[in-house]
Design a protein around this ligand. Sequence first.
Ligand code: SF4
Length: 488
Amino acid sequence: MNAPPTALHGSNSPAASATYRAPPTHPTLSGQDEGLLAAVAAGEVRLTASQALDAFHGLPIQTLGRFADLRARTLHGKHIRTYVIDRNINYTNVCNAMCTFCAFRRDPDDVDAYTLDPAAIHDKIAELAAVGGTQILMQGGMNPALPLEWYTDLLRGIKSKFPHIHIHAFSPPEFIEFVHFFDPPGENLAEKIRWVMVRLRDAGLDSLPGGGGEIFAPHVRRKIGLGKCDAESWLTCMAVAHSLGMFTSATMMFGHLEGIADRIGHLEMVRHWQDRSLLASSPESRQPGGHYKAFIAWPFQRENTPLGRVKDWAAEEGEFPGDLVAALDPEMPAEEVLARVPGFGRRVRMSSATDYLRTQALSRLYLDNVYSIGASWVTMGPHIGQVALAYGATDMGSVMMEENVVSSAGTTYCLDEAVICRLIREAGFIPAQRNNTYDLIRAHTGPESPDLRVTDWSEHRAQRMHQEAPRAVGVKRVAKVTIGGVSR
Ligand code: SF4
């Protein structure tokens, strides 16, 4: 291996130094054409939606992975793969939405409903800072009892006590509800969001996480996200954040009611709105340079959720209803959709490990204008997360000190920094800690690396992740982690 770099390969801000130009398409070529895929991997061409569908269904998974990995190496080089040390802080589980895939939300009078007070949040951040953490990811339910001042006071308090901690907080659905709760001035949704966002930014908010993206296709979103904002509002919120110079991430939760074409439609919307943000931040536009830095996709986790009680689809039943609906006009009224495909919403197609890897590899190839693809080890488990580094992912996400949302739906994986570094190293890369903007803090090349210092891995076996409230239902599952062939 050549000497490792000490900085990221290339620029992680595509429009930082030049006017942004999206790559051209070659729509007449098959999505399985290896020449086309090589050009996509080199960043010279972009896939069309029908080519992506063709590639997803027609290519062997290893071929898809090989080209996604090539694309990852074009963007990030062959040496370094990253992680971040942050802490998920779910400040409240009270929520006025009723997403059918959610096991986290509570009504205000539920026995285990909670809203953290600022002192408890400060304690969590102090623990994070003590282990070298650099940011918090703070999201909550949409709690109508909290006024704007609760948020601005909280942000100011955090920044005054922990000025070095990056605050990555409040996903678009929360912002859309802030608009409903606080009734800000403005002629349209974007102006109202901007009014709220400027006040939160001035109080200390640094960037927005991509929670609540789910699947943008309206027929799926209407079924799974009861009371949650639509795709246009979600994307508008992120565009406002970008116009204020903030970096954000985009997400997708798949493996439930949606068709494969809906996943690709979701990627298309992220790519299209990213084009707009990058064009707006080109030097000649004289606007700040916010955009999506990362995309992370994960499969639906079913435990303790209403959607999880829907029966699994069996191939003998014929074509999956979600695929049939995805082929219809997206503007078709819901009643007509159901009249044409009466089974829609009555079967889920849960994602397998290979479906996950296929979807992630396709996202790396399709999202030519998004810098980082994150591996979802929190839902898929550490070892699929490790394999994902060969399928287009270049970032292992966060050391997990606390998680309350996915763990409510049955998945509780817990990795510390040494284990994450070991997973990255055993995948053939040098682990490196990054910050929120994907700049490197330190690459672990020497014997002082967190994983190379460990002499007894048994101390890492019994780790438990912090969870906020006792769960009213369900049994937590703590996964065994296998490191270097040893089950722990
Ligand atoms: S997913 Fe988020 S918005 Fe939906 S019910 Fe759960 S906490 Fe509320």
